[in-house]
Design a protein around this ligand. Sequence first.
Ligand code: AMP
Ligand code: ZN
Length: 111
Amino acid sequence: MENCIFCKIVAGEIPSPRLYEDDKMIVIRDIEPKAKLHYLCIPKTHFALLTEMDEARAEIVKHCFQTIPTLQETLGLQDGYRVIINQGENGGQTVPHLHIHLLGGEKLGDF
Ligand code: AMP
Ligand code: ZN
């Protein structure tokens, strides 16, 4: 997708160190961390919203949620973390490419 910052990161057009990568997803550090540790799990396929889900996309999201727990220790999240997917304007989504926030490394406050 043209002009999508996360598609550009996935394509390597914007440099961003990958803490994990496979054929379906990457994990990078959020550039403006909202917690001591703040990662983004970004599917390599472009779509913005959960309402755009189809079988193929559901498989990718499933893969992300199966893979994230295997990375807990590597990412320093073994003591717990918060998983967030912002959706649309009211949800505070600023990048219209579905992504999963992983926040941890400290005791998080209520929200
Ligand atoms: P959201 O507001 O849920 O759409 O999340 C977008 C996130 O992407 C924000 O937390 C931004 O700080 C983060 N972000 C934007 N550009 C970059 C980038 N180039 N590298 C890493 N994270 C980014
Ligand atoms: Zn994209």
